[in-house]
Design a protein around this ligand. Sequence first.
Ligand code: FAD
Length: 460
Amino acid sequence: MDIKQTDVAVIGGGTAGLEARRAAMKAGARVLLINDGPWGTTCVRSGCMPSKLLLAAARAARDARAAAEFGVAAQGLKIDGRAVMARVQKQRDRFLEGILKQVSDIPAGDKLEARARFTGPTTLDVGGIRVEAKAVVIATGSRSAIPPKLKPVADRVLTNETVFDLPDLPASLAVIGAGPLGLELALAFARLGVRVTVFNQGRTIGGLKDSEVERVAHVLLAAEIELKLGVDVSAEDAKNGARLTWSVDGKKQDGAFDKVLAAAGRPPQLKDLDLAAAGLSLDEHGSPNIDPETLRCGDGAIFIAGDASHLLPVLHEASRQGRLAGTNAARFPKLKSEPAPASLSITFTDPDIARVGAAFDADDPDLMIGRCDFQAGRGIIEGDRRGVIRLYAGREDGVIRGAEMVGPSVEHLAHLVSSMVQQKVTVETALAWPFYHPTYEEDLKDCLTDLARQRGLDAD
Ligand SMILES: Cc1cc2nc3c(=O)[nH]c(=O)nc-3n(C[C@H](O)[C@H](O)[C@H](O)COP(=O)(O)OP(=O)(O)OC[C@H]3O[C@@H](n4cnc5c(N)ncnc54)[C@H](O)[C@@H]3O)c2cc1C
C-alpha cells in the first residue's frame, strides 16, 4: 500500500476545503488536499451561482410583466427556455473556470482524487493510499437527499446537482421542500412560465421563526406559486409524468408533473468517512461533537468546516470556517478561538427573505420588536411595497439582536442589521446613523424609531 505523509490532510475540495488548505499553508504546514467527484465547489457548480443566474432570468421576466405599471409596454413576452438554460450554463461555466484554474495550480503531489475514509485518529484510506497526517480537516460539504417516496419516479427526479444542466425548462415542476433552496428555484421556474407546485411536510416556509414574517412571506409567495404545506407526498410513474398524491384536510388530491425537484434539506456528507474509526463519538445524526469556536471535533486533531459542520450552511461561513479549521489544524495543539460572526442568511425570492442574528424567540420577555411595512417613499417609487421587517432589540440594554424580514432590497437591509448585531449597536446609536432619502433603508429606520419609542426615547 502506498503511504503519503503530510502535516494536514484536508478532505473536500469545495469552498471550505480550498480555504482550509490556503490557511494551513499560510501557517507553514504541508497540506494534502483530497477530493472525490468533480472539482469546482458546490457554490459554483450547483449552488449559489447557477441558482442566482436562473433567478436573474426570472427577474427579467417579472420586470417585463410589471412594466405596464410604469407606462412601459412589453408586449408579446416570450420566454425561450433553451436560451435561458444556455445562459445559466455559460455564465456558471465562466465562474467555474476561475476555480478550476486555482485547482490546476495545486501541484499534483499535493492533491489526491478519491474518496477518503478514516482508518485511525489522523490516518486515512484514500482510494487504496494510506495517508498519515498530524491533523485532518473535514470539509466534505452536504449532499442532496432524495426522499425514498420519490423512488418510483426516480427518472424524473432532479436535485440541485442536475437541475441547472437541463437543456430546456420543464413543462411543470413539483418542488419537494419549502426551505431556501426549494423556494428560490420554485419561484425562478414559475416566473419563467413553468407550472410549479411546492410541497412541504412542515407548515412554515423559508426557515422563518417569526410567525408574523412567515405569514407575510407565505402570502407573497403564494401569489406566484402554489404552496401545499403540511402535506406528505407519495409518487408513482404515470404516462403523463410523475403522478404525486397528497391529502389536504383528509381529502386526497393528485397531480402529474414533468419533473420533481428534491429540495427537502441537504444533510452533512459524513456517512462514508467512518468517523468511528477516528475515535469520534457521534450523535444520533452521525455528527461529531464540535467546539464552534475552534471547530475541533471531540478532543483529537480533527477539525471540521463548511456544510459538513452544519453550523450555518452558507457560503461565507464555509470560507470563514475553512480558514479557522485550516489554521487550527496547522497549529495544533495551539488553537485559535474565534466566535462566529452574527448569523446572516438570505433567500433570494424577490421579495427576498432574510434572517439575522440569534433565532427569534417569541417567549423571550426581554425582547422588544420594532416593526414596519415597506411604506416609505422608495417602495412607492419602485412600485414594490410588499413585505415586513421585524427588528429585535433587548428591552433592558437596547442592543439590536437581529431581525427577520421579507421584502424588497432585503439583502442590503439584512447586511446593515448584521453589522448592528455584530457591533452590538444600540437602537439609539443606530438611529444617529445617516439614512439616505429615498431608500428602503428608511423603512429600517422606521423600525428603529418604533423601538426607540418603546424605550421611551424621543425618536422624532
Ligand atoms: C442550490 C443552492 C443554492 C445555494 N445558494 C446559496 C447562496 O445564495 N448563498 C450562500 O451563502 N449559500 C448558498 N448555498 C450554500 C453553499 O453553496 C454552501 O454552503 C457551500 O457551497 C458549502 O461549501 P463546502 O465547502 O462546505 O462544500 P462543497 O463545496 O460541497 O465541497 C465538498 C467537497 O467534498 C467532497 N467530498 C465529500 N465527501 C468526500 C470524501 N469522503 N472524500 C473526498 N471528498 C469528499 C465533495 O465531492 C465536494 O467536492 C446554496 C446551496 C445550494 C445547493
